[in-house]
Design a protein around this ligand. Structure first.
Ligand SMILES: Nc1nc2c(ncn2[C@@H]2O[C@H](COP(=O)(O)OP(=O)(O)O)[C@@H](O)[C@H]2O)c(=O)[nH]1
Ligand SMILES: [Mg+2]
Length: 562
C-alpha cells in the first residue's frame, strides 16, 4: 500500500506547491481592480472570462472550503458512472441502483452535509440527483474521503448539445477533474484538443485515469499508458497523474481512491483550481497591457495645437478683431473732437454687434446663464475639420504607446464631449473679460483737453460774433485785447480749432497702437479660456483613460504575481 501512496506522491509532484489563500485572494482582488479600470474602456466581450472568474471565485470561496468537488468527466461508455458507483459503493447500499445515462450530473457527498448542500445548490445539482455516503454499515475506511463531493458528469461527446453545454458549465465550477478514458478511445482527437488541451493551466487539479484496464492484456497496459502519457504531454499536461483503473473490480480503484483521499486531505484543490483560473484569465488579458509605464497625458505641443484649433472654431480671430475695432471706436468716441463724437456714437459698437460687451461678466451658474448667446460667426467647414484633426491628433499621440483595445477608448474619450464643445466655447467667449470694461484715464484727459480747446474756440467765436452784432447795430465796438498782432478772440477761435485738430492728429497713432495692444490682451485671455475648455472637454477625458490604463496595467501585474 505504501508503494501505491509513494507512486501517487510521485505523480502529484508537480502539484506539490501549495497555494496560499491570502495570495490567491490578493490576485483575485487585483483582477477585480483590473476590471474596475477596464470596464467601459475595453470591449465587454474581452472581459467576460475575468468577470466570470471574479464572480465564481467569490462565490466558491464563501461556500464550503472544507469540501472538494471532484468531477468524473469523459466520453460515453468510458466508465464514469461505473467508477462513480464503485467509489461510492452504491451497489452495496439500498440506493445503489444503476441509473440511466442522463444529461444531468449526479453527486455523492462523503461526510458532513452542511456546506455541501449549499455548494451543490450553487453548482446546480438537484437534490434528487444527490446521494449521501454515510451509512452505519460503513467502517472508518470512508472517513478518509470526508469532504469529498463526487460528480458524475454527462458525456462530453453526447449527441445532445445541451449535455455538452452542461459539461462545460460544470467543468468551470468544480475543484478537480478526473478525466476518464478507455483503451478504445483514449487517443480520440476531440478529447485532447477540445478538453484536455484546454486544461493545461489546471494541471494541478487534473487527473487522468485509463479505465477498463482489465480489457487490455496485462502485457499491453504499459504500452498504452506510455502512449497516453505522450499524448498528454502534447496537450501540455505533462506531470498530471495518470492511473489505470478497473471500475468493475474493487481492487481496480485503489490507486484512484488513494489519490482522492490525498486531494481531500490537502484541501488545496479549491485554491489550486482558482489559481489556475487566474492564470488562464491573466494570460488571456496579457495583450491588453504593455510593458511601458504610460504617459499621464498629451504633451504640451499637442495641447497647444488643440487650443489653436479650438480658438479658430470659437471665432477668436473675429472677436479679437472686433476688440481692436471697438477700442478705436470707443477711444474716438471719448477723445475725438467733441462735435464729431456724437456722430461717432451713432455708429454701432463693433463688439456689441457680436453681442459682447468686452467687460467681465458675472456668471453664477454657467449652465443656466443667458451668457453664451453671442453672434460670433459659426465655425467654417475648414475650422471644424481642423478641430476634428486636432482632437484626433490628441488621441493618436496619447494612445501611441498603448496596446490593443485602449487606443479606441482614448479616441472615444477625446470625442466624448464633442457635441457640447460649440456651446461651451460660445459661453466661454461670452464670459471672458476682454479688457474693455473700463475707460482708460488718458481718454478722459484727452477728452477734457478737446472740450477745453473747443470751448476756447467757441468762446472766441462768440466774442467775434458779439463784435459784429454791436457794429451792425451801430453801437461802439469795444476794443479787442491783442496778443501780439492778433486780436484775442481770433486767436481763441483759430487756436482752439488748430489745437483740436492737432490733438486729434496726435491721438490717432496712440489709439491705433493701444487698440493693437488691447487686441493682443484679449487674444491671450481668450486663448487661456479656450485652453481651459479644451482641457475640460477633450484632455481630461483622455487623461481619464490613461489613468485607467495605468491602474489596469498595475492590477494585471499584481494578478500575475504568484
Ligand atoms: N470490463 C470493464 N467494463 C467496464 C469498466 N468500466 C465500465 N465498464 C462497462 O462499460 C459500460 C459503460 O460504463 P458506464 O459507467 O455507463 O460509462 P459512462 O458512459 O462513462 O458512464 C458499462 O457496461 C460498464 O459495465 C471496466 O473497468 N471494465
Ligand atoms: Mg454514465
Amino acid at each position: 500500500m505504501s508503494n501505491v501512496v509513494g507512486r501517487i506522491r510521485e505523480a502529484f509532484r508537480g502539484g506539490d506547491q501549495r497555494v496560499d489563500p491570502d495570495v490567491l485572494l490578493a490576485r483575485l482582488e487585483a483582477v477585480r481592480r483590473f476590471l474596475a479600470a477596464a470596464d467601459g474602456r475595453l470591449p465587454a466581450g474581452r472581459l467576460v472570462p475575468a468577470h466570470t472568474l471574479v464572480e465564481r471565485a467569490g462565490t466558491r470561496l464563501t461556500l464550503s472550503r472544507d469540501h472538494t468537488v471532484v468531477a468524473l468527466a469523459g466520453a460515453t461508455g468510458s466508465g464514469k458512472s461505473s467508477l462513480f458507483n464503485a467509489l461510492a459503493r452504491l451497489d452495496l447500499s439500498p440506493v445503489g441502483v444503476r441509473r440511466p445515462t442522463t444529461g444531468v450530473a449526479h453527486a455523492c457527498v462523503w461526510g458532513p452535509q452542511e456546506g455541501a448542500a449549499r455548494l451543490l445548490d450553487w453548482i446546480g445539482v438537484l437534490p434528487r440527483h444527490r446521494f449521501v455516503r454515510e451509512s452505519p454499515l460503513d467502517a472508518d475506511d470512508e472517513a478518509a474521503l470526508h469532504g469529498l463531493v463526487l460528480l458524475d458528469l454527462p458525456d462530453f461527446d453526447s449527441v445532445q448539445w445541451s449535455h455538452r453545454l452542461e459539461v462545460d458549465r460544470l467543468l468551470g465550477l468544480v475543484d478537480l477533474v478526473v478525466w476518464v478514458v478507455d483503451p478504445q478511445k483514449y487517443a480520440d482527437r476531440v478529447i485532447h484538443t477540445n478538453y484536455l488541451g484546454e486544461f493545461h493551466r489546471h494541471r494541478d487539479v487534473t487527473l487522468v485515469v485509463l479505465n477498463q484496464a482489465d480489457r487490455l492484456p496485462p502485457a499491453e497496459l504499459p504500452r498504452v499508458l506510455a502512449d497516453l502519457r505522450r499524448l498528454l504531454d502534447d496537450d501540455g499536461l505533462d506531470g498530471v497523474p495518470l492511473l489505470a483503473t478497473t471500475a468493475t473490480d474493487p481492487d481496480g480503484i485503489v490507486e484512484l481512491r488513494a489519490a482522492l483521499e490525498r486531494t481531500v486531505a490537502e484541501r488545496q484543490a479549491v485554491l489550486r483550481r482558482l489559481a489556475g483560473d487566474v492564470e488562464t484569465v491573466v494570460a488571456g488579458l496579457d495583450e491588453l497591457v504593455g510593458p511601458d509605464r504610460p504617459a499621464a497625458g498629451p504633451d504640451e505641443a499637442t495641447a497647444g495645437e488643440l487650443t489653436r484649433a479650438l480658438a479658430g472654431a470659437a471665432g477668436v480671430p473675429a472677436v479679437t478683431e472686433a476688440v481692436r475695432e471697438a477700442y478705436r471706436h470707443r477711444a474716438v468716441a471719448s477723445t475725438g473732437w467733441p462735435l464729431i463724437r456724437g456722430w461717432r456714437r451713432l455708429r454701432p459698437d463693433p463688439l456689441r454687434r457680436l453681442h459682447l460687451s468686452g467687460a467681465p461678466v458675472e456668471v453664477t451658474d454657467p449652465a443656466e446663464s443667458l451668457v453664451g448667446a453671442t453672434s460670433v460667426p459659426d465655425p467654417t467647414a475648414a475650422q471644424r475639420s481642423a478641430l476634428g484633426l486636432a482632437i484626433r491628433a490628441v488621441a493618436d499621440r496619447a494612445a501611441a504607446e498603448l496596446p490593443a483595445g485602449w487606443p479606441a477608448a482614448v479616441t472615444e474619450a477625446a470625442r466624448s464631449r464633442l457635441a457640447d464643445l460649440p456651446d461651451a466655447l460660445d459661453r466661454t467667449v461670452a464670459a471672458t473679460d476682454l479688457g474693455l470694461g473700463r475707460r482708460p484715464l488718458w481718454w478722459r484727459f484727452v477728452g477734457a483737453g478737446q472740450w477745453l480747446v473747443t470751448l476756447a474756440a467757441l468762446g472766441g467765436l462768440a466774442w467775434l460774433l458779439l463784435g459784429y452784432l454791436l457794429r451792425a447795430l451801430g453801437l461802439p465796438d469795444p476794443e479787442h485785447p491783442m496778443v501780439g498782432a492778433v486780436p484775442l478772440p481770433t486767436l481763441l477761435l483759430l487756436g482752439g480749432l488748430l489745437a483740436g485738430l492737432l490733438l486729434a492728429a496726435l491721438t490717432r497713432p496712440i489709439v491705433r497702437w493701444a487698440a493693437g495692444r488691447a487686441r493682443r490682451r484679449a487674444e491671450q485671455r481668450l486663448a487661456a479660456a479656450v485652453a481651459a475648455v479644451g482641457d475640460e472637454y477633450v484632455l481630461a477625458p483622455v487623461r481619464g483613460v490613461l489613468a485607467d490604463y495605468a491602474v489596469a496595467r498595475e492590477a494585471l501585474r499584481d494578478a500575475a504575481r504568484r
